[in-house]
Design a protein around this ligand. Sequence first.
Ligand SMILES: Cc1cc2nc3c(=O)[nH]c(=O)nc-3n(C[C@H](O)[C@H](O)[C@H](O)COP(=O)(O)OP(=O)(O)OC[C@H]3O[C@@H](n4cnc5c(N)ncnc54)[C@H](O)[C@@H]3O)c2cc1C
Length: 381
Amino acid sequence: MLQTFFREEHDIFRKSFRDFVEKELAPHTDEWERKEEFPREVFQRMGKLGFLGVGFPEDVGGGGGDYWYNVVYGEELRRSRSAGLNMSLMVQTDMATPVIAALGTREQKDEFLAPAIRGEKIAALGISEPNAGSDVASIITTARKDGGDYIINGAKTWITNGTRADFITLAVRTGGAGYGGVSLILFPTDTPGFKVNRKIKKIGNHASDTAELSFEDCRVPARYLLGEENMGFYYIMMNFQGERLIAAVAAVAGSQHCIDDALQYGRDRAAFGRPIIKFQVWRHTFVDLLTELEAGRWLTYRACDLFNRKQDAVKEISMAKLYMGELVNKIADRCLQFHGGYGYTDEFIISRVWRDSRLITIGGGTSEIMKEIISKRVGIG
Ligand SMILES: Cc1cc2nc3c(=O)[nH]c(=O)nc-3n(C[C@H](O)[C@H](O)[C@H](O)COP(=O)(O)OP(=O)(O)OC[C@H]3O[C@@H](n4cnc5c(N)ncnc54)[C@H](O)[C@@H]3O)c2cc1C
C-alpha cells in the first residue's frame, strides 16, 4: 500500500474489512441487485464488527481513526461489486451522520449517532426536494416553532435509504427565503404525519432504495435541531465535502476494478486469431485510461490529505468529484465497448458498472455545480 498516507494500522484494517466484504457481502450482491434491496441485518452485522464507525470518535462508539480509515472503507467496499449497496452504506457512514458528530449535543449523539454506528438505526440525508436539487437554498419544506417543538410540512425526494431509515438528517426552512433561513433537524421517521410516498424506480444502483417522502404536520421536539437555527446551509455545505470526497474515493476504486475486469476479459476473448487486448488500439486505450485514473487517484488522495488535516479542501474535493465522476463514466463506457455484445448483457458486470456510474456526475452535486464552485474558488466566477 501507499506508505505516504496509509500506515500499518490502515493496512491491518484494510485486510480485515476486505475479508469481510469478499466473504459476507460480495457473494450476495447479485441477488440484492436483482431484488432491488438488501437485508437490514447488513447494517447490524457491520455495526457489530465496528465497520460503520471507523472514523468517528470513540465516545460515540467509533474507532477513533483518521480519514484514511474512511478511504480504506470506501475503497474496499467496492469489492462488493454493488454501487447501490455501497451508496446505502456510505449514506449511513459518510453522508447523513458526520454532521451529527460535528455539531450534535451529547443527547443527539446518544440518540441518533451512536445507534447508527452500532447499525441499530438506519440513517438518511434529506436535502433534495422535487423543486430544489442543485439549488439547496431554495428548499421549501418548513419547520415552524410551536412552543418546545417544530412542526414540519413539505416533501423530499431522491432520499437514499428513505424507505426504511429510522431517522433523517433533514434540511428545513426555519427562517426567511434563501440560504439564511435553512436549518438541519434530526427527524425520527416514526413521527406521525411522515409518509414514504413511493420507492423510485432507477436505471442503476438497484440494491439501494431511493424514496419520495412527505411530511404533514410532523411534530418533533426543538432539541432535535442540529447546531444553530438558520445556519443549516453552511452545515450542509460543510457536510457535502465528506460526501463528495467519499464519492470520488469510491469512483477511483470502482474504475480500477472496471479496468482490471476488462483486461482479464481481453486476455480471454479472441478475435482474428489473437486475444483482443493484443490489438494496439485497445492497448493504447487502456494505457490512456490507466494514466488518467492515476491522475484522478492522486488528485483524490491530495484532497483526502487536506481533508484529513482539517485544511480547506473545497477546491480540491470539488475537482476530485468532478474529475472522477466524468472519468468513471468514460472508463465504464470504453470497457463496455471492449466487451462487444457481451457488454450489453447482464452476463458481465460491466453493464451494471456502466449504469451505476451514471449517478456519480449527478448525486451529491452535479459536475456543473462542481464547476461553479471551482470557478469561484479560482477567482473566475
Ligand atoms: C440515485 C440518487 C440518490 C440520491 N440520494 C440523495 C439523498 O440521499 N439525499 C438527498 O438529499 N439527495 C439525493 N439525491 C439528489 C441529488 O443530490 C440531486 O439529484 C442533485 O443534487 C441534482 O439535483 P436535481 O436532480 O434537482 O437537478 P437540478 O438541480 O434540477 O439540475 C438539472 C440540471 O441543471 C444543471 N444545473 C443546475 N444548476 C446549474 C447551474 N447553476 N449552472 C449550470 N448548470 C446547472 C444541473 O447540473 C443538471 O444538469 C440523489 C439523487 C439520485 C439520482
